[in-house]
Design a protein around this ligand. Structure first.
Ligand code: NAP
Length: 470
């Protein structure tokens, strides 16, 4: 058995799977810990890092993306390495990790969408909003999808921030979009869009909507889209009124005031309309082969435990729409050989320590971010979450609760990947791609033009590495 004490000569070696915010915060806490020397290797399926900061954050929200500056500092640490284009479960499997590291942290996020479970959900022109988001942000797995933007009326189902992002991107003018790093293919498709009306359907009331206030407010300042809210749908039932009065949620109170303002502002003859509807649950998507309408049941708010639930009435409505985006949340995907809770879509864990179906701790295995706690919270929520996981990991190290790697040498993993013929990218490679994307953007007056195919990224790197030195 290998002994170690987290010293320079014998550091703690940690593999992190994934490279989004929770992965980078985990790396930061591990590397800055004063009590033990830790080396971090981060493995990412794509050649590029940053997970949803690159593939999820809306292109018209560049400020949110500046969080990568902090990740950049972490990546400069001498005990940090990035291995891109390496898929866990395929290029690298659990025994490979356990043989070379003292611990592994799964930071893979929630990679698919939740399902509505209603008839017609799989009709043509019904899409997961998460796919649309990944498409316009240039995630290589989704860049070849097509969305029928010849439809004039679109429904976005859900009242979270992703629903707002999708509605806003559909409503923006080509000029607004051109100022962002939205991908070329999305810019072109959206420039030809015939969408006129975007209905955002919330199953609960205006007091329970999950939007954050800044995102909601932003809808009121789009160049060529009005926001429409039927004042009758803003009338509060007694439970919601009491909830707002109680001051329990500042966001809910702020949101409600913003919604009232948006409703009062009315329409200003702009080309597009975003219509916010409340207390309606889709029960069926109708159409022979493609979506033609969404049938909804009207809800009332009723109390179930401490939760203000949507309770269906006898009242139904059929709303003609030609395109549907289901934006009801993300869902985690299992990793080969790692415990998984199907219902919640997470790796079962206690404060970040992975447990199996019998509730037993899996030595050396940890989870962080959305795959640990479910797909909730903003980027910053991952910081305390990562801190907790790192605390558990380091505490376990002190009690020798870790993998006992047969081959903990730093170069062992490079050797293995090379033997397997895996063309991994380094953090330096990412910096090259980053610079190339910015230069490609500059040439046409845009902030960035992303590479959206893995092969394009790899051949761009190849060209740079083999360019003659002048
Ligand atoms: P979310 O915030 O959980 O919202 C999901 C929405 O779907 C809720 O309104 C939910 O209603 C609704 N829903 C769930 N099941 C439904 C069903 N069967 N029928 C109808 N509606 C249903 O999820 P999200 O929008 O995917 O966002 C995920 C996380 O990322 C959130 O924490 C979000 O704040 C964050 N995010 C942040 C930003 C930003 O900061 N700019 C941008 C994007 C995402 P109920 O409330 O009734 O459950």
């Amino acid at each position: 058995m290998n002994t170690f004490s987290g010293t320079r000569a014998n550091p703690i070696r940690v593999a992190i799977i994934g490279s989004g915010p929770s992965a980078f915060y985990t790396a930061e806490f591990l590397l800055s810990n004063p009590d033990a020397v830790v080396e971090v290797d981060m493995f990412e399926r794509l050649p590029t890092p940053f997970g949803l900061v690159r593939g999820g954050v809306a292109p018209d929200h560049p400020k949110i993306k500046t969080v990568t500056r902090a990740f950049e500092r972490t990546a400069q640490h001498e005990r940090f390495r990035f291995f891109g284009n390496v898929t866990f479960g395929h290029d690298l499997i659990y025994p490979d990790i356990a043989a070379r590291y003292h611990a592994v942290v799964y930071a893979v996020g929630a990679q698919t969408d939740r399902q509505l479970g209603i008839p017609g959900e799989d009709l043509l022109n019904s899409h997961a909003a998460t796919e649309f988001v990944a498409w316009y942000n240039g995630h290589p797995d989704f860049r070849d999808l097509a969305f029928d933007l010849s439809q004039e009326r679109v429904a976005v189902i859900g009242n979270g921030n992703v629903a707002v992002d999708v509605a806003r991107i559909l409503a923006r003018t080509p000029d607004e979009l051109r100022q962002t790093d939205i991908t070329d293919h999305a810019l072109e498709a959206l420039a030809g869009s015939r969408v006129r009306e975007i209905l955002v359907l919330g199953r609960r009331g205006p007091a329970q909507a999950k939007f954050t206030s800044a995102e909601l407010k932003e809808l009121g300042s789009l160049a060529d889209a009005d926001v429409v809210i039927n004042p009758a749908e803003l009338e509060l039932d007694p439970l919601s009124a009491e909830y707002l009065r109680s001051g329990e949620s500042k966001t809910a109170a702020r949101n409600y005031a913003i919604l009232q303002g948006l409703s009062r502002a009315g329409q200003n003859g702009k080309r597009r309309r975003i219509v916010l509807r409340f207390l309606v649950s889709p029960v069926e998507l109708l159409g022979s082969d493609r979506v033609e309408a969404v049938r909804v049941v009207k809800n009332e708010i009723c109390e179930r435990g401490h939760f203000m639930s949507p309770c269906p009435t006898e009242d139904y409505e059929t709303i003609p729409v030609g395109l549907v985006f289901r934006s009801i949340g993300y869902h985690g995907v299992p990793l080969p050989g790692v415990p998984f809770d199907d219902q919640q879509g997470i790796i079962p864990n206690k404060r970040g320590r992975v447990i199996n179906e019998h509730g037993e701790r899996m030595r050396g295995e940890y989870a962080v971010g959305w795959i640990k706690r479910g797909p909730v919270g903003i980027i910053g929520s991952n910081k305390p979450d990562a801190q907790e996981t790192v605390e558990m990991l380091l505490r376990d190290m002190a009690f020798h609760q870790h993998f006992c790697p047969a081959n903990p040498a730093r170069e062992a993993i490079d050797r293995l990947l090379r033997q397997r013929g895996i063309h991994y990218t380094t953090y330096e490679d990412w910096r090259v791609l980053d610079q190339l994307e910015i230069e490609r953007g500059l040439a046409v007056g845009r902030p960035r033009r992303k590479f959206t195919r893995v092969e394009d990224m790899l051949s761009a790197l190849e060209a740079v590495h083999h360019a003659p030195v002048l």
